[in-house]
Every structure is written in structure tokens, then in C-alpha cells.
Write a protein that binds this ligand. Structure first.
Ligand code: GDP
Length: 139
């Protein structure tokens, strides 16, 4: 089932570097509707759970430390073909490989500190969105 929704986080690097406004403008200018939005911070346990799929990877500890290191912006976004179109808008995981004009090309600093998260499937988008937002926070 396709929900036409995805989940994103503006990561601690981009929040600290003052890019919240520019990134939200890119997202809405690309046609995404904001369903849910908040400034929040992941605990270490939240970050471990969120990235559990990467638990065996060598960068897991670094990723968990980074993602819990400061405030993030969490959002649920809606648009036709949201998951795939948002992955296109953010660009490759490694900003050095990200296409011109993508969020990561413009605002990411490294493979780890890469400015934004975007869900990789409709199923994960729903899980991740529901992790951060109750039903009455989804508009
Ligand atoms: P994404 O779907 O493009 O975010 O990429 P992945 O699901 O493969 O990885 C999740 C996140 O882990 C990435 O967005 C990065 O923040 C981080 N990550 C991936 N590879 C590396 C790496 O080699 N080093 C570090 N430090 N972080 C990484």
C-alpha cells in the first residue's frame, strides 16, 4: 500500500548550522505538504532504536552519538510518490556524490553528518512518523 507520506529529520548538523528555514523551504517548494512538524532531540536509546538496522555496521556508535547530540526537526511529509521523490530531493548519502541542487549537496558536510534523513520505504515512513507523532499531531 502506498501512503504518499514520508518521514524526515533535519539532523543535528543542519540545525546547528542554521539551515532549518532553507531546508523547509526546499521541501515545501518541491511540493511536499507538512503533515507534522516539531523541534525535538533524540535520546541515545531513541537513536539506537531508530538505526537498529545498522547495529552491526562500524559507524553505528558514531551515528547514534551524532543523532542524539543536539536538536533535530522531525516531520511527516505528504506528496504523491513521497518516499521516492523525497530521496531524490535529498540526494545520495555521501554529499560528495549527491546531485547538484539536492539538500545534501547544499547543506551536508560528510557521509555521517549529512543534514537530512528520508525514509526508504512506505512501511518505514509510517513506523518512523508514528514514533514521533501521535494521531492528533498528524494533520
Ligand atoms: P540514507 O538512507 O541515505 O540516510 O543512508 P543509510 O540508510 O545507508 O545510512 C543511514 C545514515 O547512517 C546515513 O544517513 C548517515 O548519517 C549514516 N552513515 C551511513 N554511512 C556512514 C559511514 O560510512 N560513516 C558514518 N559516520 N555514518 C554513516
Amino acid at each position: 500500500m502506498t501512503t504518499n507520506r514520508t518521514f524526515t529529520m533535519i539532523k543535528p548538523d543542519a540545525v546547528a548550522n542554521g539551515h532549518i528555514g532553507n531546508i523547509l523551504a526546499m521541501i515545501t517548494n518541491a511540493g511536499f505538504r507538512i503533515v507534522s512538524l516539531k523541534l525535538t532531540q533524540l535520546t541515545v536509546a531513541d537513536a539506537q532504536a531508530f538505526y537498529a538496522v545498522h547495529a552491526q555496521r562500524p559507524f553505528y556508535g558514531e551515528l547514534v552519538d551524532f543523532m542524539s547530540s543536539g536538536p533535530i526537526v522531525a516531520a511527516i511529509l505528504e506528496k504523491e510518490n513521497a518516499v521516492a521523490d523525497f530521496r531524490t530531493l535529498i540526494g545520495a548519502t555521501n554529499p560528495a556524490e549527491a546531485a547538484e541542487g539536492t539538500i545534501r549537496k547544499l547543506y551536508a558536510t560528510s557521509m555521517g553528518e549529512n543534514a537530512v534523513h528520508g525514509s526508504d520505504s512506505d512501511e518505514n515512513a509510517a513506523i518512523e512518523g508514528n514514533f514521533h507523532f501521535s494521531g492528533r499531531e498528524q494533520f
